[in-house]
Design a binder for this molecule. Sequence first.
Ligand SMILES: Nc1ncnc2c1ncn2[C@@H]1O[C@H](COP(=O)(O)OP(=O)(O)OP(=O)(O)O)[C@@H](O)[C@H]1O
Length: 555
Amino acid sequence: MSDWTVLRRLLALAWPWRGWMSLSVLVACATVLASVALMGVAGWFIAAMGIAGVTTGMMNYFLPSAGIRFFAIVRTGGRYADRLLSHEATFRLLAGLRLWLFRKLVPLSPGQLQSRRGGDLAGSLQADVDTLQHAYLRLASPVAVALVCGVAVVATVAVLHPPTAVLLAVLLVVAGLAVPALARRAAAAPGADAVASRADLRVAAVDLLQGLADLRAAGAVERHLVVLDGLGDRLAGNQCRAATAGVVAEAAVGLSAGLALWGAALLAAASVAAGLAPALVPALALVALAAFEAIAPLPAAMERWGEVSAAARRIFELADQSPTIVAGPAPSPVPHDASVVFSSVRLRYAPDLPPALDGLDLEIADGDHLAILGPSGAGKSSIARLLLRFWEYEGEIRLGGHDLRRYRPDDLRRMVGVATQDAQLFNGTIRDNLLMAAPDADAAAMDRVLEIVQLAGFVLDLTDGIDTWIGEAGARLSAGQARRLVIARALLRNPRLLILDEPTENLDAATAGRLLASLREETANRTVILITHDPRAASQFTDRIVQMQAGRIVR
Ligand SMILES: Nc1ncnc2c1ncn2[C@@H]1O[C@H](COP(=O)(O)OP(=O)(O)OP(=O)(O)O)[C@@H](O)[C@H]1O
């Protein structure tokens, strides 16, 4: 993707916030122009007063001093308003971009995102989107301001003294175009590498934090810290190289501004003999100097471009993936029953992996309970993932008589409830975690599902009851309690097809027995698939039991 494409796409993304952005550019232009005008009028005023002092002693100083006050107030107020508006515009834009990216990621989950590491994805959503602020705050807006103000100042100077206008135009082009272009070239590689090393650093830090307990147990923390340190050094080195390019470019702009001041003063002074008002000499020199305020932010903006474009490319690469799983052209209607038929279903998680399901045939009538037994890796949980349409498959699956592929993903997820082994509990209260699945559920419904999963007594004994905070990923619950909370959450949605993946794992035999008995009673009229490797649990729940091995039903 070329730099122009990246820029074009970034501007297109900002389109909905064009009102805010334009307002911020307008205010910034007014501020810069007021500053230039202030310098020009002040230079002229001081010189004219001096000249009047030594000559006639007559001069109307009310008008210019009022002008000076006016421009000073506009400049000060404008700077404040400019900061306020440009930040407001950028933060609104970033919040919108984050939501836009998140919406793009949702349909890719989990199949198309599993090759990416969690820290990496979180990084794209946070740091990469944050980096884009430089594209708008320090690039798009300053370039627009530089263009508008540069042209306006040169045109005004051209009316007063054309030679100074030519000199100013040349120096502004050099400092506003050539210098930033060189800065961009020098900072491109370190800038891009800074984005990559920041992403690596984030992934390593997330890995370290998530696995801290195990790393400590294995005595491997120091080794990880050394890696983290190396990545930090790489990031700092890249940022330093990119910043050096920016600093050199800023010095070059300062030099051009100095040249403009002296050049304008000399050119204007040379024209006094030809009739130019002497008071205009300092005015033109100061205007030439002040005009560089318009282009001063450009080198820093260009220095950042490498970083910004690398972050934008990472974001576009993520957002441009089209979801492999979408509803067919004519989505299936909601079915009348929850029967399930698998015919010759094959699933490969990746082309280079052996099939997880290898010609699976399975039939469950509406309202039936089926237990699927099998050793670890037999493909049991893969059945649940397919029924939720998380992965594409070969063969045919029919739910309620309709092709599974033709259901809208949202309709399907309303119909199918799954309590998986790796289900996520969220950092919140028990109530939050239940309501996440069924926001409208009332207290009685929540109490009932907690009763079914044998958690009612436990919750009752907690000081804060159902409003007890369960910590990150349910860390304050035991594994068995967490699993049962996941089941309660699935039940609360009242799905017509319920899939229970190893519901009795981590439970003692008595609790497991009670849980299965109450689940059997609660789900008497629903289709249920119980996935387990425990034959006792299977037979406690149903007498329809099938055995799976290597991706097939073997009996
Ligand atoms: N997301 C995935 N990406 C790649 N391979 C996967 C993925 N999930 C499962 N597999 C592979 O597919 C096969 C079947 O996995 P599945 O989780 O369905 O087995 P299972 O019978 O439920 O095992 P367990 O009882 O241990 O949960 C395994 O070989 C596993 O390694």
